[in-house]
Design a protein around this ligand. Structure first.
Ligand SMILES: *Cc1c(COP(=O)(O)O)cnc(C)c1O
Length: 387
């Protein structure tokens, strides 16, 4: 079969998932209830952890977590500059200050030494990001910063990944997932917070629903109205059963799908490692990557040209990510300079992501690789001509 276009992503939700949603619609209860609780139990089992809370996004889950930890005005939270803006935005949303640090040039993961160097008496938390699916070494981070600063893992890219046999949540205060449309586990929009801490889990029960002392299914249980109170400010972060209904099947498939992601990623690796002008992200020793994205780096002055030519060949591509400290909001608010975080800045100017999802056909991927290689080749030749 000949392909003339390749999308950046195709979801895998099916008729069976539609039936799961229809089943919830036939019940009288469509918001957070039994289906969400069953899915939370599945999450606890998968991560071998005591508490899981489904949320309507990573972002709202993170805001609820920061509120539950009483992090707000006057506090600082350390975040990597190379991440999606949401990682820093949640810190702003609760009135705290995001303190950016740089990442390592080889794997683009947060520089633990830089985290240690950024600690102040106001530091309350660190949000390490398991960028592209490879885990930050959370045990080492904990050792480096001591027991008093919260570690909240941004595991939006890493549901099924592991480092030395450990999964997200095992050494941190909380790990937060995203179930956004293109994530490895999805329900369209959604997320989850997992934690070993009973105290944090109880606080999350409130901060995920307006700070109220009981959720809707509890307030109306047995058709008896119960008064509720509000002792603490919360947001609205709960996931409805309507969406939770598709998650059990997603979780059941995720490990099998990861194997396919890895096969596809390895095909890219053999096509582009040692390819002229192309830089790949190093694989972390001991890591099982969730292979969420497949970014490549090209010379920064050529990135936008390569990106446009790939799009012109009807191949879906994106940038993950331009460095957060260079966005207008953060640059202006904190007077940040591009060179403040040089590794993040440079990667942000040279990276672009190739389509990577189970269901990407081998001949689609071949079409794509051939096109990208000939685009790079062409640009390479043009540059030679100019010299
Ligand atoms: C997708 C993503 C988020 C935000 O997730 P939402 O569910 O859309 O709020 C946060 N961090 C990273 C690294 C992401 O990729």
């Amino acid at each position: 079969m000949k392909h003339e276009s390749v999308p950046f992503f195709r979801h895998n939700l099916s008729e069976a998932d539609a039936a799961s949603i229809a089943k919830v619609m036939q019940s009288p209860f469509i918001t957070t209830g039994a289906v969400t609780r069953q899915t939370q139990s599945l999450m606890c089992e998968y991560f071998q952890i005591s508490h899981a809370k489904l949320t309507n996004s990573w972002t709202n889950g993170a805001v609820a977590t920061l509120l539950a930890l009483n992090i707000g005005p006057g506090d600082e939270v350390i975040v990597p500059a190379m991440t999606f803006v949401a990682t820093a935005n949640v810190v702003e949303l609760v009135g705290a200050v995001p303190i950016f640090v740089d990442v390592h040039a080889d794997d683009l993961l947060i520089d633990i030494g830089a985290v240690a160097g950024a600690l102040t008496p106001r530091t309350r938390a660190v949000i390490p990001v398991h960028l592209y699916g490879q885990m930050v070494d959370i045990a080492s981070l904990r050792e480096r910063i001591g027991p008093d600063i919260a570690i909240i893992e941004d595991a939006a890219h890493c549901f099924e990944g592991m480092l030395s046999g450990t999964r997200p949540g095992q050494f941190s205060d909380a790990a937060i997932f995203s179930f956004y449309a293109t994530k490895n586990v999805t329900c369209g929009e959604g997320g989850a917070v997992i934690t070993r801490s009973e105290k944090l889990a109880l606080a999350l029960d409130r901060t995920t629903i307006h700070g109220m002392s009981a959720g809707a299914d509890r307030r109306f249980s047995g058709n008896v109205y119960r008064h509720w109170d509000m002792e603490q400010l919360g947001t609205k972060a709960n996931l409805p059963d309507l969406l939770a209904a598709v998650l059990p099947a997603q979780i059941a498939q995720v490990d099998e799908r990861r194997v396919e992601r890895q096969r596809l990623a390895n095909r890219y690796r053999s096509a582009f490692s040692n390819y002229p002008m192309v830089r790949l992200v190093n694989q972390v020793p001991g890591a099982v990557s969730a292979e969420h994205l497949f970014p490549i780096g090209v010379p920064e002055d050529l990135r936008d040209l390569v990106l446009r030519k790939i799009n012109d060949a009807n191949i879906g591509t994106t940038v993950n990510y331009r460095s957060v400290h260079q966005t207008k909001f953060y640059r202006q608010k904190y007077d940040l300079k591009p060179e403040d975080f040089p590794v993040s800045r440079e990667w942000g100017e040279c990276t672009l992501s190739l389509p990577l999802f189970p269901g990407l056909l081998d001949d689609e991927q071949e079409y794509l690789i051939e096109n990208v290689q000939s685009i790079l080749h062409e640009i390479c030749n043009e540059l030679e001509c100019k010299k």
